[in-house]
Design a protein around this ligand. Structure first.
Ligand code: PGA
Length: 251
């Protein structure tokens, strides 16, 4: 199981970020079988990574560029990120929507992340309009196949996929267990077709309004191996509860 907290553009100050990381460290149960990652804003990745140093909680980035260096104003390279983090979220729907993160860019970033020993958490998911048009499966398949287009083989748990239906993100309305399982199963079948047996070991996360109240039900699903948590990751006690639920479902 893998539980990743996506802090997005929160909290408001560096002092708050340190306090949040400390509190997460204090209250999060570190059960066997659950990998826990928190992904602060890049500007505080260094500070938060230092705060978490020596603990079993890892630091992750919310994005990165694919090039090693160069004239890319505002960006962070894979090697910069890899100095501080173990994981990186790629293709989050907010970046697809607001920062023109295309499938092609995700594909380049995935290769770059793997090349630098980072675990990419590749986020895929359909919008409400796409779902209502009956295109959910097509969209998720396209994003996944395109995002992993240049990955030759899967090396065990070196990669994670997050099924995040856009309509469930930040809305308070999580996907139903049936829909979360359908998304996870679709992703698993695509991974199997592409990569064979190693696909079974890839953590498939669900994301979108995961809370302390619904986590256990989601983690009990066969093709949900954890969560990408936004809002609730800013509430250490809720996040801890989600991690606890993951521990209870860990194989
Ligand atoms: P949410 O966000 O948990 O606030 O819905 C999830 C995400 O965007 O990763």
């Amino acid at each position: 199981m893998l539980v990743a907290g996506n802090w997005k553009m929160n909290p408001p100050s560096k002092a708050d970020a340190i306090a949040l990381a400390r509190r997460v460290l204090e209250v999060t149960p570190l059960d066997a079988g659950v990998d826990v990652v928190v992904c602060p804003p890049t500007i505080w990745l260094d500070t938060v990574a230092l705060t978490l140093q020596g603990s079993a909680i890892a630091a992750g980035a919310q994005t990165m560029h694919w090039e090693d260096a160069g004239a890319f104003t505002g960006e962070s390279s894979p090697s910069m990120v890899a100095e501080l983090a173990t994981h990186v979220i790629l293709g989050h729907s907010e970046r697809r929507q607001y920062d023109n993160e295309t499938d092609e860019k995700v594909a380049r970033k995935v290769v770059a992340a793997l090349g630098h020993g980072l675990v990419p958490i590749v986020a895929v998911g359909e919008t409400l309009a796409e779902r209502e048009a009956g295109e959910a499966e097509t969209v998720v398949s396209r994003q996944l196949v395109a995002g992993l287009a240049d990955v030759a083989s899967l090396d065990d748990r070196a990669i994670a996929i997050a099924y995040e239906p856009v309509w469930a993100i930040g809305t308070g309305v999580a996907a139903s267990p049936a829909d979360a399982q359908a998304g996870g199963a679709l992703i698993r079948s695509i991974l199997r077709d592409r990569f064979g047996a190693p696909a079974e070991a890839v953590p498939i996360l669900y994301g979108g309004s995961v809370t302390a109240a619904n986590a256990a039900e989601l983690f009990a699903l066969p093709d949900v191996d954890g969560a990408l948590v936004g809002g609730a990751s800013l509430k250490p006690d809720d996040f801890a509860e989600i991690v606890r639920a993951a521990g209870a479902s860990a194989p």
